[in-house]
Ligand binder design. Structure first.
Ligand code: AMP
Length: 224
């Protein structure tokens, strides 16, 4: 199964992706993490992506599509994977079909208010080593020493989690990513959850959706 996590920046796609990966065993692929690694490693893709990322704009499609393609082709993605932050526009959605056709799809939209986006992102910390996500206003609070409880890495605030860049990322989301929602609605694979609740409650909603979808598959198999 290809589980596509949709939602505005700060809606909790990364946090939910981690929880789903742990429970269901599918690898989580974060487009932002792939790009940040490429920037840190100063690869040719990273060098081309850096400028747009700093401003909160989408990087060119062919750059992120190449990274996603390389990742999806790895062996651990054969039975399924979770996508966080991809596709972010219609052309990426079409490319995804071509890269990996025939994969059963489920698109889960984590919905939150605009005001929540600003609040969450300005209080977010991530681990510079393993990308685990923390928030000073939540139960997943960073420790006083700002060290990751999973790997001991240093916790940092992302450069694009500044108010002016957040505003731009939200504008880009409305303009470019919202049409993707309609695309998955038309395909009949779209589900929405309320992302305002605490992570565990959102996670339970997503688990029910995944389990329901698996049950439907089993029923179809049993009939045919
Ligand atoms: P994220 O970690 O998902 O918030 O992504 C951080 C930044 O990486 C975004 O603001 C974009 O600049 C870039 N980015 C992430 N995913 C994509 C994508 N699918 N297409 C283009 N740019 C992306």
């Amino acid at each position: 199964m290809r589980l596509i996590l949709l939602g505005a920046p700060g809606s909790g796609k990364g946090t939910q992706g981690d929880l789903i990966e742990k429970k269901f065993g599918f690898p989580k692929i974060s487009a932002g993490d792939l790009l940040r690694k490429a920037v840190n490693d100063m690869t040719s893709i990273g060098k081309k992506a850096q400028h747009g990322m700093q401003k909160g704009e989408l990087v060119k499609d062919h750059l992120i599509i190449e990274l996603i393609k390389q990742r999806i082709q790895k062996n651990d993605c054969k039975d399924g994977y979770i996508l966080d932050g991809f596709p972010r526009n219609l052309s990426q959605a079409y490319s995804l079909e071509k890269i990996d056709p025939g994969q059963k799809e489920l698109a889960v939209d984590i919905q939150i208010h605009k005001r929540t986006v600003m609040k969450r992102l300005s209080s977010r910390y991530i681990c510079s080593k393993c990308n685990h996500i923390y928030n000073i206003n939540k139960e997943i609070r960073p420790s006083a020493e700002k060290k990751c409880e999973q790997c001991g890495g240093k916790l940092i605030q992302r450069k694009d989690d500044k108010p002016e860049v957040i505003k731009n990322r939200l504008a880009v989301y409305h303009q470019k990513t919202e049409p993707v929602i309609n695309y998955y609605k038309k395909k009949g694979v779209y589900k929405a959850v309320n992302g305002e609740s605490i992570p565990q409650v959102v996670f339970e909603q997503i688990c029910s959706i995944i389990n329901e979808s698996n049950m439907e598959d089993n029923e179809v198999e049993a009939v045919s």
